[in-house]
Write a protein that binds this ligand. Structure first.
Ligand code: G3I
Ligand code: 9MR
Length: 551
């Protein structure tokens, strides 16, 4: 094995669903086989051959895969290999992902702005309300005749983006959409899914109540005078490491832009369609539709306004110079909502452009979100031949990810270029792409590759971490999350996915390795690998819901 990786067996630390593919990564040894011992009876229940040694270059790690998919009996097992000092614990059960799913969703509640977290729901992480955001100023970059610089607006609620306390439209948008997609694809699962938030117990699914907390904020980010949408609501600089209620610097809305308008239009159109089915929210759903339409109209008249960070603002940029993918996504959602052919025409026009082909979703890459909606909600609304064309482009993406899985030493569809800031979300968004491909096709190859990616984030990786706080035997403790850092609880707020390894080391912390898959540090210092954000959690929620309900 590489001198930089551990001698441990790497395995999903939460476990495996009974009928799932089951793989573990074994450090290279002279052994050719492995054994699984039932811990309740201390008997060997399975032995199998290890796969040939292969090297994963991103960690310079030579390993062998153990495939024990044929073991399907729920229980707790020790996975052992002669020559490897420590056995790994393997859990098999039909509920192994359930509490992690709930916690990943509950993390959004923990990041609510303008809201006190009560101990009844937040346990040790209760805290006073922060950031009322009722006295937000229009920044000079956003000033116009209707709202000159210094105009006071109110835009409360929403989720804090991450370990910082600002609220950014494009990142909020992909997060909100992904959670809504989870609800839409797995509606019955969410019908009675109680995650113990203040709204639990009413007749509306908790996930929709949690999402609405953010939709309420997003709505206030649109200027009703012209339909334009501010890029972000932010302090001028990142705050210190106080709890939310002690972080009181002036907040601003900054520059309207095309990516914010189109992203907002997509999310509001999707929300309008989904919330229209909830009797209590029918009029809200109508207001989402008007908001989506006026944001689209603004973007038609302002087709190319890139966000340009003002010189006095130094918080998250979320800048993006290409709007074809956002336009495709907004067009898809507006078409599905209104069935107005002009939007289908726009979708098709964008779908022929290189810059709007399906690719792994990320905050600046949203084309795939439009495809997912079109292929799930559009089937009855478009010509079969169009559906087939869109499906073929989507499936080509899923197939390319499967090919990566099949050639990977770790059985993980992660390539060197995937190790960017937020690499764990690259893994999880690929997993979401695959799990939706599985929903479309019932082809197990997609599901197996998705399991590999979820396993990766939850422990089958060169760092030995399960990257979700509170879930796994070795989990991040010192995430770059201001409340987790500033509170008096030693454990971080649970349910958050840390960014994950990437070699950029933009924070100049002291990393254990320069290798892409090993350049990770569980330290507050490491905002480039150990921060958490709403857009990294969302595909975890989706993936765990898909795997749990798909058994
Ligand atoms: O756009 C270039 C692309 O052209 C190039 O090929 C590629 C090669 O690495 O880099 C691309 O830029 C990257 C950019 O994200 C867009 O993907 C940058 O290298 C990369 O540093 C940048 O990282 C972003 C980071 O902020 C720094 O801006 C992360 O995606 C983003 O998740 C993160 O978001 C922060 C917010 O700013 C503030 N709140 C916390 C949040 C999480 O850390
Ligand atoms: O704490 C900030 C984190 O939330 C952001 O994602 C990150 C993005 O650039 O920046 C962090 O702030 C750092 C700042 O950029 C540079 N000085 C150190 C700050 C963290 O301690």
């Amino acid at each position: 094995p590489s001198p930089e990786t551990s001698e441990l067996i790497k395995v999903n630390q939460l476990g495996f669903l009974p009928d799932s593919v089951k793989e573990a990564v074994i450090p290279a040894t002279n052994s050719t086989n492995f054994e699984l011992v039932d811990m309740s009876t201390n008997t060997v229940v399975m032995s199998g051959d290890l796969a040939v040694e292969r090297t994963w270059s991103v960690a310079n790690d030579t390993v062998q895969l153990a495939d024990f998919s044929s073991l399907t009996t729920p229980g707790e097992y020790a996975l052992r290999v002669a020559g490897v000092e420590t056995d790994a614990t393997v859990v098999i059960g039909s509920d192994v992902f359930l509490s992690a799913h709930d916690a990943a969703l509950k993390a959004y509640y923990f990041n609510r702005a303008s809201f006190a977290l009560d101990g009844a729901y937040a346990a040790d992480w209760a805290r006073p309300a922060g950031h009322p955001d009722t006295n937000v100023l229009v920044h000079s970059s956003a000033a116009d005749a209707n709202r000159p610089e210094g105009t006071v607006i109110s835009a409360p609620k929403g989720w804090y983006d991450a370990g910082d306390y600002n609220k950014y439209i494009v990142n909020s948008g992909i997060s909100t959409y992904t959670l809504m997609a989870a609800y839409e694809h797995f509606t019955s699962f969410y019908q009675n899914r109680d995650v113990n938030i203040p709204e639990s117990g009413n007749s509306i699914p908790d996930i929709l109540e949690e999402i609405k907390w953010n939709l309420d904020w997003m709505m206030a980010m649109q200027d009703p005078n012209d339909g334009g949408v501010y890029h972000k609501l932010t302090t001028l600089n990142f705050s210190g490491t106080q709890m939310p209620h002690l972080s009181t610097a002036q907040r601003y809305v900054v520059q309207k832009g095309t990516s914010a308008a189109l992203n907002f239009a997509a999310v509001m159109a999707s929300a309008s369609r989904i919330y229209a089915d909830i009797p209590e929210y029918q009029s809200v759903a109508q207001s989402y539709q008007s908001a989506a339409e006026s944001a689209w109209t603004w973007a038609q008249s302002n087709p190319n306004v890139a966000y340009n960070q003002p010189s006095d603002v130094s918080t998250g940029e979320y800048g993006d110079g290409n709007f074809d993918d956002e336009r495709l996504w907004a067009a898809a959602e507006l078409f599905l909502l209104t069935q107005d052919q002009q939007y289908l025409t726009s979708f098709k026009a964008m779908s022929s452009r290189q810059s709007a082909q399906p690719n792994t979703p990320a905050w600046p890459e949203t084309a795939t979100l439009g495809y997912i909606s079109m292929l799930s909600a559009g089937k009855m609304l478009i010509e079969q031949s169009d559906f087939n064309t869109f499906q073929a482009s989507y499936i080509a993406l899923a197939d390319s990810i499967v090919a990566q899985y099949e050639t990977s030493a770790y059985g993980v569809a992660m390539q060197e270029e995937d190790f960017v800031w937020g690499s764990n979300a690259v893994a999880l968004n690929k997993s979401m792409v695959l799990l939706f491909a599985y929903e479309l096709s019932d082809n197990m190859a997609y599901k197996n590759a998705a399991v590999g990616l979820v396993d990766y984030v939850l422990g089958r990786n060169p760092t030995d971490y399960s990257f979700m706080t509170g879930f796994g035997s070795k989990t991040p403790m010192d995430i770059h999350h201001r409340p987790s850092f500033a509170d008096t609880v030693s454990e971080p707020v649970p349910g958050f996915v840390a960014g994950g390894p990437q070699p950029g080391q933009q924070d100049n912390c002291n990393y254990p390795s320069p290798l892409p898959a090993l350049s990770y540090l569980d330290d507050w210092c490491s905002y480039s690998t150990n921060e958490v954000t709403i857009n990294w959690n969302a595909p975890m929620v989706y993936s765990l819901a898909a795997l749990h309900t798909g058994q």
